[in-house]
Design a protein around this ligand. Structure first.
Ligand SMILES: Cc1ncc(COP(=O)(O)O)c(C=O)c1O
Length: 429
């Protein structure tokens, strides 16, 4: 097939007519599909049902530290839960605080605390004229929602093939004391699937922030979420590198079992320096007497260790990979030769990041909605919901069944092609 940009007006018009008819046909089938959020499908949730059997009315509820998990205590988490989390997060148990069931909640609380009480004795952010966060784009909408909620000024940092544009990151962090943080998803990034290169991670550890209370929000949500276990990515461990550089306190690293066991009902953790652990704990002890230790124990009894977690994640991959392969196959088949789009082909995580021609993302997502398929709103992958070029669309293949996904992505390529022919015809007038 010819590139759309090389087609004559007549050829483009014919193509447009054909695609418009296809779109109408889809619209008339009354679809009701959802590829908007990175939610595990039911089959994935079933993988962890054994966790419901490891604790029962006859079970032993004592932790290895003598803590009765049914009662108060162990503020920062059970030792065995910290050991499991530390292994999965590639750090030491003493660096880990186990929270409840959402890493996003930890991030929100840390920013909230920084506003009201400051970071390790520094000026609380509410007293400052301006607080800025760097946001790697396209990125995770819920990160941006937190910083927007607190009125933090968000600065876009482009995601390059090997991670954020580090020249820009260094320029901001090392010179602007209003920059207090950066949102990072270092492995299988949401939504681009990018894996930060060794050099990028190293450059992060060598930052010399103008603000002493600057922290890297290192959200390693997809650390073990490989799609192909013969092709697993490993990145350098950021806490270790920062410690070696003499800046051990610069990172808050986050981990979660949300997409390992049960989304929203799992365990989540912060891994950070001992000084940060003490700082965070000083606030946490006011907020709670302790988190859900029964759930921590359930996770430890079921998952045992990182090796078992990896075996479990391979089962997730067996469900997810065919869905990602299907998306890749359809996008390549229907779009690769036309010169009107590009997209990511991730080795892990939950998303495919798709770029239309400039100015079409909102229109494509709107058409999908008209035809009964819900996608992440266009713009959501940028701070304030504003994609300056209106190009980026996040595809979340995990939740839909393979046949629904097949239909949704085929329709998607029809919408992309139709919008592109219209744009090119308009521009040629
Ligand atoms: C990068 C990233 N971080 C955090 C989360 C949410 O994690 P949790 O369920 O632990 O709050 C998600 C969920 O999609 C995510 O993509």
């Amino acid at each position: 097939m010819k590139k759309y940009t090389e087609m004559t007006k007549e050829e483009l018009r014919k193509e447009q007519e054909k695609l418009a008819a296809q779109f109408e046909a889809y619209k008339n089938t009354g679809l009701k599909l959802n590829i908007s959020r990175g939610v595990p499908c039911e089959q994935q949730l079933e993988l962890s049902m054994g966790m419901m059997d490891v604790l029962h009315s006859e079970a032993d509820y004592m932790s290895e530290n003598g803590q009765d998990t049914r009662s108060y205590g162990s503020l920062t988490g059970l030792p065995e839960a910290k050991a499991l989390m530390a292994e999965v997060m590639e750090t030491r148990p003493e660096n880990v605080i186990i929270f409840c069931d959402s890493s996003l909640n930890i991030m929100y609380d840390l920013i909230s605390k920084s506003f009201t009480h400051g970071v390790m004795g520094s000026t609380p952010w509410y007293k400052l004229d301006k607080v800025k966060f760097l946001c790697v784009v396209p990125g995770y909408d819920r990160h941006f929602a937190i910083t927007e909620y607190f009125g933090i000024e968000m600065v876009n940092i482009p995601m390059l093939d090997d991670g954020p544009d580090m020249d820009l990151v260094e320029e901001y962090v090392n010179n602007d004391a209003a920059v207090k943080g950066i949102w990072c998803v270092p492995k299988y990034s949401n939504p681009t699937g990018t894996v930060y290169s060794d050099e990028v991670v190293e450059r992060f550890s060598k930052l010399t922030p103008a603000a002493p209370d600057f922290r890297i929000y290192w959200d390693n949500a997809y650390n073990v979420h490989h799609l192909d276990f013969n092709h697993m990515h490993v990145i350098p461990e950021i806490l270790t590198l920062c410690r070696e550089q003499g800046r051990p306190d610069m990172v808050y690293k986050f981990g979660s079992f949300s997409k390992i066991s049960f989304s929203g009902s799992s365990i989540a953790a912060l891994a950070t320096s001992p000084a940060n652990v003490a700082d965070v704990t000083s606030q946490m002890k006011i907020q709670t007497i302790g988190h859900n230790k029964i759930n921590q124990l359930r996770h430890v009894r079921f998952f045992k260790n990182a090796q078992y977690v990896m075996m479990h994640m391979a089962k997730h991959a067996a469900i997810l990979k065919p869905k990602f392969d299907l998306v890749k196959m359809i996008l390549n088949r229907d779009l690769a030769e036309l010169g009107i789009a590009d997209w990511s082909e991730p080795d892990g995580g939950y998303f495919v990041s798709f770029n239309t021609l400039p100015g079409l993302a909102k229109k494509v997502v709107g058409m999908m909605k008209d035809a009964g398929v819900n996608m992440t709103p266009a713009g959501a992958t940028f701070p304030y919901g504003i994609d300056p070029e209106d190009r980026n669309i996040r595809i979340a293949p995990s939740y839909a069944s393979p046949s629904d996904l097949d239909t949704a992505i085929q329709l998607f390529t029809v919408c992309v092609r139709l919008c592109s022919t219209e744009k090119l015809l308009n521009e040629s007038n």
